[in-house]
Design a binder for this molecule. Structure first.
Ligand SMILES: Nc1ncnc2c1ncn2[C@@H]1O[C@H](COP(=O)(O)OP(=O)(O)OP(=O)(O)O)[C@@H](O)[C@H]1O
Ligand SMILES: [Mg+2]
Length: 263
């Protein structure tokens, strides 16, 4: 595989992020730097705060403390649409597609929400809109090809397997041309073979110059494709480093074995 010779640049940073739900700190003082050309893994036992942290990064959850910076711009109140404009896109832990619509239509929704800033263009079906439509359709088909699901472009979501739905979701997230893609457990419920395929696709996404932040319970998978890993436990960062560093870290081993012992 080709490696870029350019130095990786920090494109987003999270500083001292904390989220409090009543008496519980779901996330506490977490720092993270997202770099270009990297897969950033986020690991941790159930309830560690991974999804909450991702919600903060994507503007769905306001932090109780701390702030985000994208390309050196400080984000005071990061609303989801604003984060999308700044180059962030995400998929969810549970699949959120429109079941009665086709695969292609679902992917197009991701592009429409973003491209149609002037809704009049759509209502009047102007030439500009028709051109946009053509460009978006080509883009959607390209992404479906990349996710290996172009053969099902015209099928309804209801007829798709879980792994196919997850691929469609990822294709849809890519329609906004993000610089950073956030994935919350893209392999939940998938078998090892399906998991490996998604892992390959994440590497393809990275090779297109998109940084990926990946939350995943499948330890083997996350260790195999992440460049850098952040480990959370009870809302706090307990380790950060390369996959090799993480597997040797005593705190991480304890958090996981402790979790397993109670499972
Ligand atoms: N909206 C909410 N209101 C109150 N508590 C919440 C809320 N969302 C999450 N929590 C709590 O915050 C903690 C962190 O939850 P979170 O979903 O971020 O963990 P997680 O690491 O994603 O877990 P999992 O691996 O199970 O997906 C948990 O104790 C959870 O119960
Ligand atoms: Mg979660």
């Amino acid at each position: 595989m080709e490696r870029m010779s350019l130095m990786n640049k920090v494109i987003m940073s999270a500083s001292n992020i904390s989220v409090r739900f009543g008496g519980l700190w779901a996330v506490k003082d977490v720092n993270m730097e997202v770099e270009t050309n990297q897969v950033h893994g986020v690991m941790g036992p159930n309830g560690a705060g991974k999804s909450t942290f991702l919600n903060v990064l994507s503007g769905l959850q306001q932090p109780s403390n701390g702030y985000l910076k994208i390309s050196n711009q400080k984000i005071v109140k990061g609303k989801p649409w604003k984060m999308t404009e700044l180059g962030l896109s995400r998929s969810f832990q549970t699949v959120r597609l429109l079941p009665e619509m086709s695969v292609l239509e679902n992917v197009l929704v991701g592009g429409h929400l973003y491209a149609s800033k002037n809704p009049l263009n759509i209502l009047l079906r102007t030439k500009k809109y028709r051109n946009t439509e053509k460009v978006l359709t080509e883009k959607a088909c390209d992404l479906l090809r990349m996710m290996g699901i172009e053969a099902k472009a015209d099928q309804k979501i209801t007829g798709l397997s879980l792994q196919e739905r997850r691929r469609v979701e990822i294709a849809r997230s890519l329609m906004t041309e993000p610089r950073i893609l956030l994935l919350d457990e893209p392999c939940a419920g998938l078998n090892p073979h399906e998991t490996d395929k998604i892992a390959q696709m994440i590497l393809t996404i990275k090779s297109r110059g998109i940084s990926v932040i990946l939350v995943e319970h499948n330890v083997r998978m996350i260790l195999s494709i992440s460049d850098k890993i952040l480990v959370l436990d009870h809302g706090r960062k307990i380790a950060e480093g390369s996959p090799t560093d993480i597997t040797k870290d005593e705190g991480v081993i304890k958090a996981y074995l402790g979790g397993a012992a109670h499972a």
